[in-house]
Design a protein around this ligand. Structure first.
Ligand code: SF4
Length: 330
């Protein structure tokens, strides 16, 4: 089996595929209100996504996450999941969603073979939710979560971006919410990938502080990871009393790039070796021009060989990618 090895000895087995940049929310840390979306004709078709997946599997990919924008606003994702499920080499398929589409699609996704999902939810407060997402739909996100739970998804991870002076007073509330509903909570440090340039060091809360705040109320035990889990982005803990998991993704304060195994394909078929890449490789145009798989493979292998060491958020020469989060897919 071929491997996607970079210049730092990291092997890349975890592919994130964005199926659309469209979303039914406008989260302030992700996209502007007046977002201009990628034209449909420039989006990968599901057949092209399956084609690329086959190529990446041949290069050693065995884990796949479907992202957006909001993937469930694009029709047909359950069918795509079913098709992806036919690749025996993929030992893990997951999906990141804002939860709204789960109300109507959780059952179909579960029947298609999906077993675990990540749902973004940063606040339980209606007003703050509207400020954060510029939409009044908190109740539908909560209903989507509940529907997924009833369908049997496990684990259901709730991803929350903690912002100082905005949602940090809800850190323990979200932990309580996750405990009461048996969700796995993940706090993601606020990263400079927002469209409106609101990111600042005064707004992000280090993962350690988040864990300390939770630990003061709900004693935690740190989980010690090994094997593939070492590449996990999250620092994982268990509540000492019920064993449920909670975690933080400290991308800014404690970067985990040394163990990175992630690569990305954008909805318009651009290959990105890092979330913060400032360059990307167009795979879709050559595919549509009839390039054979070997040509595509070589484009991927070359790009990974030149992969950056990691993000430079903490460096003086940090350059923010042109694409905002909804165009990359997280
Ligand atoms: S910032 Fe880039 S290199 Fe670092 S963990 Fe994320 S994707 Fe990997």
């Amino acid at each position: 089996m071929k491997q996607l090895l970079d210049g730092f000895g990291r092997v890349h087995t975890n592919l994130r595929i964005s199926v659309t940049d469209v979303c039914n929310l406008r989260c302030i840390y992700c996209m502007p209100e007046d977002m201009v979306f990628i034209p449909d004709t420039s989006l990968m078709t599901y057949d092209e996504i399956i084609h690329f997946t086959r190529i990446f599997i041949g290069l050693g990919v065995n884990k796949l996450r479907i992202t957006g924008g909001e993937p469930l606003v694009r029709p047909g994702v359950p069918h795509l999941i079913k098709q992806l499920g036919q690749f025996d080499e993929l030992n893990d398929i997951s999906l990141t969603t804002n939860g709204i589409g789960l109300i109507t699609q959780a059952e179909a996704l579960y029947e298609a073979g999906l077993r675990r999902i990540n749902v973004s939810l940063d606040t339980l407060n209606e007003e703050k939710f509207e400020q954060m997402t510029r939409r009044k739909v908190l109740s539908r996100v909560l209903k989507g979560l509940k529907t997924a739970h009833e369908c049997g998804f496990n684990p259901i991870k709730v991803n929350a971006v903690a912002m100082r002076g905005f949602t940090d007073d809800e850190i323990v509330d979200l932990a309580t919410f996750a405990r009461e509903n048996n969700y796995q909570l993940r706090f993601i440090e606020f990263m400079p990938l927002d469209a409106d340039d609101i990111w600042g060091r005064n707004m992000f809360i280090p993962g350690k502080e988040i864990i300390d705040r939770i630990n003061n109320v709900y004693p935690l035990e740190q989980m010690h990871l090994n094997g593939d889990a070492i590449s996990d982005t999250a620092q994982r803990y268990r509540f000492a009393d019920n064993g449920n998991e909670v975690g933080v993704i400290p991308s800014v304060s404690e970067p985990f790039c040394d163990n990175c195994n992630r690569i990305r394909l954008t909805a318009d078929g651009k290959f990105r070796t890092c979330l913060f890449s400032i360059t990307e490789i167009d795979l879709l145009t050559p595919l549509r021009q009839g390039a054979d798989d070997v040509v595509i493979e070589n484009l991927i292998i070359d790009a990974v060989a030149k992969k950056e060491a990691g993000h430079k958020i903490n460096a003086a020469d940090f350059v923010k990618p042109e694409r905002n989060m909804s165009r990359i897919g997280g």
